[in-house]
Design a protein around this ligand. Structure first.
Ligand code: IPM
Ligand code: MN
Length: 370
């Protein structure tokens, strides 16, 4: 087995604390020859700004290009609220996504049975929930030009963001969604706003055409994105794979995340195109939760989303599906044993620390790996 090159970018807030648990799992796997991971580490976000005046350095970008996969913690915090827009912590994440061509963002929303009561919805609506949101990540209003605020000279300003999608961008994200659906429950729901937006009209047209041409065996349904958001909280289990644009995907994935009981539980994968020559694809894995500055440094953050993000790296970058399954089972096992970090603890129960949860997941993993 050739070595797998991982770049770790822990970032700000709770990022370093949850990344520490992944490092322990990786060290354990290396010791047991369950993998050959070579780690590099870099600064990103506010911590990079403090060190070098920019949210991500050229050197770190070069390391990200060279790595087989990037593991990303979280960026941002009130400390950097006043820094210039171009070097704000989030700029690092957007540049990594754009420069590495990570157009496909996979955000699973899974409700572990042990946590169904932590959801704000009734247990029977969310128990066993398993949705995959496929969010387009390098286009749309996040990157469209012009993107500016102009002074109109009459005491007024005008802010402009541009929503723009080309056919190929919609085709490739639709393919990712249909291919995933084939390995799941074979259903895709596409969400846009074709009743208001031209980009929605094209989105609908292109997804429909890709489906008819290449994926007629998969069930396809279209929902307007506002109605889709409503359906997500009304009857979430109707969904299998949801495919949508960058901005709608940002919002809908936060909604879906909360259905599962806690943002602290959900991983994500951001994937590029498969290189025809090497068969490899650029990839970045990150928890959906942010940097949670309010609880940073206290050792109480939930490391599960970060650990599960590493699990996604095993699955989507390293072809280690069995080990990825073991990570998921180890997490479910630790939860089934009753371990709860502060974000998912029920009133009156005792919460464990970040490292106690990490210990429990690694112990389960080692038991399952035999
Ligand atoms: C996310 C985040 C980012 C986004 C921010 C931090 C730029 O909210 O990954 O969902 O809006 O994409
Ligand atoms: Mn978001």
């Amino acid at each position: 087995m050739s070595a797998q090159k991982l770049l770790l970018l822990p970032g700000d807030g709770i990022g370093p604390e949850v990344m520490a648990e992944v490092k322990r799992l990786i060290a354990w796997m290396n010791d047991r020859k369950l993998g050959r991971f070579e780690l590099e580490e870099g600064l990103v976000g506010g911590s990079s700004y403090d060190a070098s005046g920019t949210a991500v350095t050229e050197e770190t970008m070069a390391k990200a290009h060279a790595a087989d996969a990037v593991l990303f913690g979280a960026v941002g915090g009130p400390k950097w609220d006043g820094v210039p827009y171009d070097v704000r912590p989030e700029a690092a994440l957007l540049r990594l996504r754009k420069d590495l061509g990570l157009f496909a963002n996979l955000r699973p929303a899974i409700c572990y049975p042990a946590l169904a009561d932590a959801s704000s919805l009734k247990r029977d609506l969310v128990d066993g929930l398993d949705i995959m949101i496929v969010r387009e990540l390098t286009g749309g209003v996040y990157f469209g030009e012009p993107k500016t605020i102009v002074d109109l000279g009459n005491g007024q300003k005008r802010a402009i963001d541009t929503q723009v999608y080309d056919t190929y961008e919609i085709e490739r994200i639709a393919r990712v969604a249909f291919e995933l659906a084939r390995k799941r429950r074979n259903k895709v729901t596409s969400m846009e706003k074709r009743n208001v937006m031209k980009s929605g009209v094209l989105w609908h047209e292109v997804v429909t055409a890709v489906h008819a041409r290449e994926f007629a065996d998969v069930a396809l349904e279209h929902q307007l994105a506002d109605a889709g958001g409503m359906q997500l909280v009304r009857r979430p289990k109707q969904f299998d794979v949801i495919v949508t644009d960058n901005l709608f995907g940002d919002m809908l994935s936060d909604v879906a995340a909360m259905l599962t009981g806690s943002l602290g539980m959900l991983p994500s994968a951001s994937l590029g195109e498969v290189d025809a020559k090497t068969g490899k694809r650029k990839a970045l894995y990150e928890p959906v939760h942010g940097s949670a500055p309010d609880i940073a440094g206290k050792g109480i953050a939930n490391p599960i989303a970060m650990l599960a993000s590493f699990g996604m790296a095993l699955r989507y970058s390293f072809g280690m599906g069995r080990e990825a399954d073991l990570v998921d089972q180890a997490i479910a096992g630790a939860l089934a044993k009753g371990l709860r970090t502060a974000d998912i603890v029920a009133a009156g129960e005792k919460a464990v620390s970040t490292s106690e949860m990490g210990d429990a997941v690694i112990a389960e993993f080692s038991r399952l790996a035999g």
